[in-house]
Design a protein around this ligand. Structure first.
Ligand SMILES: [Zn+2]
Length: 387
């Protein structure tokens, strides 16, 4: 078997692979051809030919079928100067793509001819990972960009926070902050499925991060192993776009209600008990939005408000409610649809019934009414302790 040196191999490829000028490639795109920039991610960081898909040479054969299953579509490959794109085009020919050409001179010539360049497009990992939601016109690349730049605080990595965090991470929300000072207990596992039996005893935040990182390593997860209190509530929430309320106690919820108003940040509320749950969105950025205290002006007596450990809960309930919260969160970030503002959604699992009640802003509300006064978070904590 004869060996080929670099020059004779390239000469052979030039004979077998059709080649186009950059200007011709631009024109072919308008006719439906797919232009693939096979340079490495770092090379593409300063820009790509207009309309090109970035797909590094090293991943080309592995990922082309999910990007373009149609073997008859015209595909044009481009690299830095026109050599690597020849190898790429040949590889595609071998995979059965029948209409492949390489762009002569690559990106260098593309630029020197003054052809249009666009800012770097989404990388191939994201194109694959989010493919099914990128197809939605309400999301698309611009929406995915918004998700990746969003930061969401989750109060609680338990029943509600766990399912919400999983789906928010999966959807590509760029930064998730988990606030929880509990450790995983075996009795949590029938509903808090972000945790695992082997992690009983571990801080919930740590355990949740392990699952989130395994699901989507690109999401940045920040942990606060603290109990929300008057002294830390603003510090922990500041800088986020919104907060998902998975609190399991009233002081935390009233603190959250006060802080989200002061920080002008939406609070996606959820609660569960036994076989029922409820969800709502309190968005202080909107004049017509009620706040949490329009719904519950004062905390109930402890006897009237048993928590999960006392009242019990069917394991799927927090899953359903947490996912409704995640849904509202994604809508708020993307700015799509009609959020649950001014409406309270209740769910009854035994009857399998959703019910919506109007929840207008209360002019006498101690949290957001005209006579409401804020005298500090310590006082907010005190109204709960008094009950
Ligand atoms: Zn209010």
């Amino acid at each position: 078997m004869s060996t080929l040196d670099r020059e004779s191999w390239l000469a052979d490829l030039h004979r077998r692979v059709p080649e186009l000028s950059p200007a011709q490639a631009l024109g072919r795109q308008a006719q439906g051809a797919l232009l693939i920039d096979v340079r490495e991610d770092n090379e593409r960081a300063s820009g790509v030919p207009f309309g090109a898909l970035g797909l590094s040479r090293g991943f080309l054969e592995l990922r082309i079928e999910s990007q373009e299953p149609d073997r008859s579509r015209e595909i044009l490959t481009l690299c830095g100067s026109g050599a690597r794109s020849l190898f790429a085009a040949e590889a595609l020919q071998r995979m059965g793509y029948r209409n492949v050409a390489s762009v002569i001179g690559g990106f260098e010539r593309w630029k020197s001819e003054g052809l249009p360049v666009s800012a770097v497009r989404m990388d191939t990992d994201s194109m694959e990972r989010y493919a099914r939601q990128l197809r939605l016109p309400q999301v698309g690349e611009a929406g995915q960009q918004r998700l990746s730049q969003a930061s969401v605080a989750l109060l609680g990595a338990g029943g509600l926070g766990a399912p919400a965090a999983l789906y928010l991470a999966a959807a590509g929300v760029g930064r998730l902050t988990l606030i929880d000072d509990d450790r995983v207990e075996r009795s949590n596992l029938h509903r808090q499925i972000i945790h695992a039996d082997a992690r009983v005893g571990m801080p919930k935040t740590e355990s949740a991060r392990m699952t989130l990182a395994a699901l989507n390593p690109r999401v940045s997860v920040e942990l606060h192993n603290e109990r929300l209190c008057a002294d830390n509530v603003e510090r922990l929430l500041r800088g986020h776009d919104l907060v998902v309320d998975g609190a399991d106690n009233f002081p935390a919820r009233y603190l959250l209600a006060a802080a989200t108003r002061r920080l002008n940040m939406p609070m996606v509320y959820g609660a569960v008990e036994r076989f029922t749950g409820q969800v709502g969105v309190f968005d202080p950025r909107r004049n017509d939005s009620p706040c949490y205290r329009c719904l519950f002006p004062e905390p109930p007596d402890a006897a009237d408000a048993p928590n999960c450990s006392e009242a019990g809960v069917l394991g799927v309930l927090p899953g359903i409610v947490g996912l409704l919260q995640a849904t509202e969160t994604l809508k708020l970030i993307l700015g799509i649809g009609a959020p649950l503002v001014g409406r309270l959604l209740s769910f009854d699992a035994l009857a399998m019934r959703f019910r919506e009640t109007r929840l207008p802003r209360d002019p006498a509300c101690p949290g957001c009414g005209p006579s409401a006064t804020f005298t500090g978070y310590a006082d907010v904590e005190r109204i709960c302790a008094a009950n």
